[in-house]
Design a protein around this ligand. Structure first.
Ligand SMILES: Nc1ncnc2c1ncn2[C@@H]1O[C@H](COP(=O)(O)OP(=O)(O)OP(=O)(O)O)[C@@H](O)[C@H]1O
Ligand code: SF4
Ligand SMILES: [Mg+2]
Length: 335
C-alpha cells in the first residue's frame, strides 16, 4: 500500500500526493519534552499525520493535555519536532529558503489560547493589531499601517475601527479581545489561521459572533485549523475533524459524520459529553475516570483504562490508525 494512502487513507490515492495538495500537512510528527526528574520523555505529540487543503477547515478536538496546542505550535515553528515532518505547500518547513521562510512566517498565523493573558495595560488596540505587520516590515508608511489596522478591525466587526484602535486592550470585553486577537493576525494577511480554543471561554452569544466572523473569512478563502475541546463547535465550521488523545490520533472523519455517527469509543465519549440545552437530558461522558498522565501513558490502547468497551488485547496492543470506512480513519481494535 503506498505510504500516502496508509497515512491519510482518505481521498488521495497516489503516494505522497496528499502532501503536495495540502496547504499544511504533518507526517508522523512527534514532539517529546524533557521533564525534570523524569527518566522518560513526555510524548505530547506522538506520530500525528494530519493535513488541510487550501480554503478548508481542519478541526482538532480532544480533552486537556491531548497535545492540540503542541501540534499547533510545531506547525508555526514555535516548538521543534523531535521527529517527523511538517509541509507547507508541499515543502518541508525546515528546508525553506530565506525568502520562503519570511513568507511562511506571514502566511501561517496562530491565535493563541488566552492571547492577552499577560498584556501590558498601556497597550492600545492599535499597538496590538499593528505589532506583527511592523515586525515583518509589511508597510512603508504610517498611513499604510493605519489602513491595514483599520481594515483588520473592520474584518472582525470592531467598528468604527478608528475608535476601537485607540482603546486599551484591557478595557475590552472577552469577546472584543478575542476579535482583536484575530484582527492582529489578519493584519498580516495570512493564508492560514490556526485558532487555539477561539471561543471556549466566551458565552454563547459572543461565541456565535466570533463564529460568524470566522465564517466570513472562510468564504474569503482562508484556511483554518481550529482547536477545541468541544466537538459540537466543529460540526458546522470544520470540514474534517481529527480527534486526539494523549498525543495520538484516535479518529479522522468528515465533521458532520463524526458528530452524527462517531465510531471510536473515545469520540463517542466526546460526543456524549456535549451538554444538551435541556438539563434534564444532561448526558454524562461515557469515558470513565481521569485522563492518565502523558508522562506515563497506558500500554496498549492509550484509552483502555477509561474505555467502556476495552478487552484484554487493548491492554497490550496499540491499535493502528487505519481506514475503517470511506474517508474515515480510526485507531481501535474493534472498529
Ligand atoms: N513546554 C512543555 N514542557 C513539558 N511538557 C509540556 C510542555 N508543553 C506541553 N507539555 C505537556 O504536553 C502535553 C500536551 O499539552 P498541550 O498543551 O499540547 O495539550 P492541549 O491538548 O493543548 O491541552 P489543553 O486543552 O489543556 O489546552 C501535556 O501533558 C502538557 O503538560
Ligand atoms: S482499542 Fe480497545 S480500549 Fe481502545 S478504544 Fe478500542 S475498544 Fe476501547
Ligand atoms: Mg491547549
Amino acid at each position: 500500500m503506498p505510504r500516502g494512502e496508509e497515512v491519510r487513507g482518505l481521498t488521495l490515492e497516489a503516494t505522497e500526493l496528499w502532501k503536495e495538495r495540502a496547504l499544511i500537512a504533518t507526517e508522523e510528527l512527534r514532539v517529546y519534552f524533557k521533564v525534570k526528574g523524569a527518566n522518560r520523555p513526555l510524548k505530547a505529540v506522538d506520530g500525528v499525520s494530519v493535513s488541510v487543503e487550501k480554503g478548508k477547515t481542519l478541526g482538532i478536538v480532544g480533552e486537556s493535555g491531548s497535545g492540540k496546542t503542541t501540534l499547533a505550535k510545531a506547525i508555526v515553528k514555535l516548538v521543534k519536532p523531535t521527529a517527523g515532518r511538517i509541509y507547507f505547500e508541499g515543502k518541508d518547513i525546515y528546508k525553506l529558503s530565506k525568502s520562503e521562510e519570511k513568507q511562511f512566517r506571514r502566511r501561517v498565523q496562530m491565535v493563541f489560547q488566552d492571547p492577552f493573558d499577560a498584556i501590558d495595560p498601556i497597550y492600545s488596540v492599535y499597538d496590538a493589531v499593528s505589532e506583527g505587520a511592523k515586525i515583518l516590515g509589511l508597510t512603508r508608511s504610517k498611513s499604510e499601517l493605519d489602513e491595514i489596522v483599520f481594515r483588520a478591525l473592520e474584518q472582525v466587526r470592531l467598528t468604527p475601527a478608528q475608535d476601537y484602535a485607540q482603546r486599551r486592550v484591557t478595557s475590552l470585553s472577552g469577546g472584543q479581545r478575542q476579535r482583536v486577537a484575530i484582527a492582529r493576525v489578519l493584519a498580516m494577511n495570512p493564508d492560514a489561521l490556526i485558532l487555539d480554543e477561539p471561543v471556549s471561554m466566551l458565552d454563547a452569544s459572543v461565541r456565535g459572533e466570533i463564529m460568524k466572523i470566522m465564517g466570513d473569512l472562510k468564504i474569503q478563502g482562508k484556511t483554518f485549523v481550529m482547536i477545541t475541546h468541544d466537538i459540537a463547535t466543529l460540526k458546522f465550521f470544520a470540514d474534517e475533524v481529527v480527534v486526539m488523545y494523549l498525543g495520538r490520533v484516535m479518529e479522522v472523519a468528515n465533521s458532520k459524520e463524526i458528530t452524527r455517527n462517531p465510531l471510536h469509543p473515545y469520540t463517542q465519549a466526546l460526543v456524549a459529553a456535549v451538554p444538551v440545552p435541556d438539563p434534564r437530558y444532561k448526558v454524562k461522558s461515557l469515558a470513565k475516570g481521569e485522563i492518565p498522565s502523558a508522562l506515563n501513558p497506558p500500554a496498549g490502547c492509550p484509552f483502555h483504562p477509561r474505555c467502556p468497551l476495552a478487552q484484554e488485547i487493548c491492554r497490550t496492543q496499540v491499535p493502528e490508525l487505519r481506514r475503517v470506512a470511506p474517508g474515515r480513519l480510526a485507531a481501535c481494535h474493534f472498529v
